[in-house]
Design a protein. Structure first.
Lengths: 593, 334
């Protein structure tokens, strides 16, 4: 590639950039902006749950016509939980996480000048940007934004008579999501093609860092499942605007019978969850990939069971596409299907357990460099285990019927995919910040950020399991209509206080992030003494990543603390240091690991 | 409470500002041995915190939990839940210990060397096979119980339709013939709010009510309908839940095990009721008495959070008396 020959203007460098490094920063900052909105919303509705009749000037200031004397309206409560879910799952943890790190790392870790198609990559970001703008605009629609839950089950999402948010707010939601899916698909195709075709010499698939494997498999799941959500959304648009009856049938509302005949909401549920469940892994696998890389690097040890990790990623990916029905045990589908989905769902515990054990074994007898990135990775393993284990309860159809859609579910999925994926994202940011901005983030603030985050994560979600087991349904505007839940009020106050502290604690991260961009200590070329080849590029970004030839790869990414005699822990380090870059050729007689 | 919130925000901003000022003369970016030692210790402190809240919640919040299953089918749910819960509880305690103890134990130090240990087929095999074996048991029991719960083949079961709309529940008993008359939204008119086809002779002896009365020890076969959006009939005390889907009829069944009166005498229920009434007294609200409830558990609109129906379980004789007093549809809808 002929870099440096064309002149870069401000617009081509910072706005319509085709450089994957710039695009990744664009994804990150947009994702962070959306994340601030999503987290702020959760704080508002947590306040409503804890203090249902209390008046807050904060709510008065932000919710405008959707509140009465500082108390939010029920419709607005539902809108907030809907948009919080949508933003966090799609805009932050799909685009913000995959978009950022797939873009940044794929070319750098496989040894490519850029993505296979820089132009499509740019298109992918700008579609995401437009989608974000539309989603934000939908918050200001007069009747309020979409309020049918992030799962937008029809008929509620199809009928403005049923809930005001299903008017213009829902239309904008669907348009935003359709564009979002296009962005995601373009991005995923690009990632797949790039990893398949642009690996540097010597970078066999079996030498790819686990981040690459995770991003690669994630992109494949995305390509398989996102189109199904698109079709679900399109059919819903048809039902809403053109009078078709894909999902609607026999409806009597506002005193009249509607014309819909023969459709079924269960069809929508199948289509939605065919994406919805793999989506969990689209969110989680990149975080697990990042964690694998970081735990290995900062433990100064090879990741334990590299091949088993790849196998488990593949197994999870495969199983994730055949378990969607566990969200629908009580939807009215045939009970036999419930049996099948219980079986496949519980099987996912096996590869997940393998991953967790492998992480722990990697820590064992390591020389752990407890940087903020490492702590967030360890935190991920902790929340992944906690949240994953309760999956054994929910995946079992016989148990699910008793606690489906209660706060037990909310606690489960927030820990296993929400907190875990966010922790993975933070770990990635702390670890690769020097690669993105050429500077380092402050570690003390990183430590504060981590401990506040994990304490509050458990403070919020551990007690939440119990109010779920007490039978409290999710998405209740207030629990005051049921005296049987009166004794849960105190627990809800505690949860909300933890949530508020945890939310406020993220300000430490924001401050650290933005100050470090300008004032952080200048990074060295390979600050973490890492093996992967992104650390062989210069600190200052150049178009095409490497100024000269792309380096050749001679070994896998995990030769940390390798000894001259691999079986003798007391012998000297190979090359006299505890890491061996992937670009270092094998010594005479050295066994490849 | 508002003051409390502002205090939290204030503290958070204070901490941030304090840290930001520190960054200006404190440019530490990579963990050194001192950091490793400190963070390793923090991992232990955190582990203590985590165990403390895990155990505290298990003990202190136990009184808030639902009482034992009030349906015969739910007994195995409770047992399966207990088995699963103990299992994952033990695994959770061990795994969290390993994670945070290793973080402390193997904290980095200049003089230490990490062990080069990349693979072990034996270990991989152990932690693939062990979960697999445990899962076979869980899946087996779960599927057996699932078939149990979803088995509606009992011909003697009392057929009851539960009908949902924004934002109320109604119910229809099948009457003498134990067969429900056809229903469709097109028949909704005036007091025929459930849209029953009065030309269907099965409909004539149906009885529409606003509260559920169930006889103890008799299998109930529920059929669910909705006239507008998705609702979900959640009966937590009976470990039962089923969506109400417009355009189709869904089904579920269980056998009540205790009457409402018997349930009120149970020690778990007494303890929970006492706790609730302490709170209600302090607020000057009427005392609460235990009742079975049917709640809406699928987001359905503004008043989703208050959509409920009372369920009363009584002895057979009392049920017979009650049902005899209810008017048939034929006598109400002319």
């Amino acid at each position: 590639m002929s870099e440096h020959h064309h002149k870069e203007t401000f617009v081509t460098k910072y706005i319509f950039s085709q450089d994957h490094k710039m695009i990744s920063k664009q994804f990150l900052v947009t994702g962070m902006f959306m994340g601030i909105i999503g987290v702020f919303m959760s704080m508002l509705f947590r306040m409503q749950i804890a203090w249902p009749e209390e008046s807050f000037s904060l709510i008065e200031a932000f919710l405008g016509p959707h509140q009465t004397d500082g108390v939010m309206n029920p419709d607005m409560y539902l809108a907030l939980v809907t948009i919080h879910g949508t933003i966090m799952v799609f805009f932050v943890l799909t685009a913000g996480l995959s978009g950022t790190f797939s873009n940044l790392l794929i070319p750098l870790q496989i040894g490519a000048r850029d993505m296979a198609s820089g132009f499509l990559n740019m298109v992918s970001y700008w579609l995401f940007f437009i989608s974000s703008v539309i989603m934000v605009i939908s918050l200001f629609v007069e009747a309020g934004p979409a309020s049918a839950g992030w799962t937008i089950y029809p008929p509620l999402s199809a009928l403005p008579q049923a809930i005001p948010g299903s008017g213009a707010g829902m239309t904008l939601w669907l348009v935003a999501m359709a564009i979002f899916i296009a962005s995601s698909l373009i991005g995923s195709l690009n990632y797949i093609v790039t990893i398949f075709n642009l690996r540097t010499k010597g970078m066999k698939m079996t030498r790819l860092p686990l981040t690459m494997w995770a991003f690669f498999i994630t992109a494949i799941i995305g390509v398989v499942s996102f189109p199904v959500l698109l079709s679900a959304a399109l059919l819903l648009i048809f039902d809403r605007s053109f009078g078709t009856s894909f999902y609607l049938s026999d409806i009597f509302i506002s005193g009249e019978v509607l014309h819909y005949q023969g459709g079924s909401p269960v069809l929508f549920e199948h289509l939605f969850w065919f994406l919805g469940h793999p989506e969990v892994y689209i969110v989680l696998l990149p975080a697990l990939g990042i964690t694998s890389e970081i735990i290995s690097t900062h433990s100064r040890k090879p990741i334990f069971g590299y091949r088993a990790m790849i196998m488990s990623i593949m197994a999870i990916a495969f199983l994730s596409t055949i378990v969607w029905g566990h969200h629908m045990f009580i939807s009215g589908m045939n009970p036999f299907l419930g049996s099948v989905f219980t079986f496949t769902t519980l099987l996912i515990a096996i590869p997940s357990a393998v991953k967790a054990f492998n992480y722990i074994t990697t820590l064992w007898k390591g020389n752990l460099q407890l940087n903020p990135a490492m702590l967030f990775s360890i935190g991920l393993v902790s929340t992944f285990v906690t949240g994953g284990l309760t999956g054994l309860v929910l995946g079992d159809s016989a148990l699910d019927i008793a606690i489906h859609d209660t706060y037990f579910v909310v606690a489960h999925f927030h820990l296993v995919m929400g907190v875990s994926a966010i922790f993975g994202m933070y770990a990635g940011i702390y670890h690769w910040f020097p690669k993105m901005y050429g500077r380092m983030m402050n570690k003390t603030m990183g430590y504060w950020h981590f401990w506040i985050s994990i304490i509050c994560a458990y403070g919020v979600f551990w007690p939440m399991h119990f109010i779920g087991l007490a039978g409290l349904p999710r998405r209740y505007y207030s629990n005051t209509a049921f005296p049987m839940f009166d004794d849960l009020a105190d627990v809800n106050v505690v949860i909300t206080i933890f949530a508020l502290i945890g939310g406020a604690g993220q300000l430490i991260f924001l401050a650290n992030f933005f100050i470090s961009i300008y004032r952080g200590k200048k990074a060295t070329q390979n600050p973490w003494n890492s093996n992967t080849i992104e650390w062989t590029t210069p600190v200052e970004h150049v178009h095409g990543n490497w100024p000269g030839k792309i380096p050749e790869v001679h070994r896998w990414a995990y030769d940390y603390s390798k000894r001259v005699d691999p079986n003798d822990d007391d012998s000297d380090y190979l090359h006299g240091q505890d890491f061996v870059l992937q670009t270092t050729p094998l010594l005479d007689g050295e066994e490849p690991s | 409470m508002l003051a409390l919130f502002y205090i939290f925000i204030g503290v958070a901003i204070g901490v941030s500002v304090w840290q930001i000022t520190r960054i200006l003369n404190f440019r530490g970016v990579i963990a050194n041995d001192e950091d490793n030692a400190k963070q390793g210790k923090n991992a232990i402190y955190f582990m203590v915190f985590l165990y403390a809240i895990m155990i505290y919640c298990l003990i202190a919040l136990n009184v808030l939990m639902l009482p034992e299953s009030a349906s015969i089918e739910g007994e195995h749910d409770d047992r399966l839940f207990n088995i699963t819960f103990w299992l994952i509880g033990i695994v959770q305690f061990i795994m969290q210990f390993l994670i945070f103890f290793f973080t402390f134990k193997y904290r980095g130090n200049k003089n230490n060397k990490a062990k080069f240990y990349a693979d072990s087929h034996k270990l991989e095999l152990i932690w693939t096979v062990t979960p697999a074996i445990v899962l076979v048991g869980l899946i087996g029991y779960g599927l057996w119980q699932w078939n149990n719960v979803m088995d509606l083949s009992d011909d003697d079961a009392i057929v009851i339709e539960v009908y949902s709309q924004q934002f109320r529940w109604d119910a229809r008993y099948a009457g003498e013939d134990n067969a429900l008359g056809r229903g469709n939204v097109n028949y909704i008119k005036g007091i025929n709010t459930m849209g029953v086809d009065m030309n269907d002779k099965n409909a004539l002896d149906d009885k529409q009510v606003t509260e559920l009365y169930l006889p103890k020890g008799k299998k109930i076969h529920f059929q669910f309908r909705s006239q507008d959006v998705l609702h979900s009939a959640y009966m937590p005390h009976f470990r039962a839940q089923m969506n109400c889907v417009p355009g189709m009829v869904t089904e579920f069944g269980f056998t009540p095990k205790y009457t409402t009166e018997e349930m009120r005498q149970q020690s778990e229920v007494i303890a929970k009721t006492k706790g609730i009434n302490k709170i209600r007294n302090a607020k000057g609200e009427d005392p609460y008495e235990f009742d079975y409830l049917l709640l809406c558990n699928k987001i359905c609109g503004a008043s989703h959070y208050s959509m409920q129906m009372k369920i009363t379980v009584v002895e057979q004789e009392e049920y017979d008396k009650w049902i005899a007093q209810q008017p048939t549809l034929a006598s109400v809808i002319k």
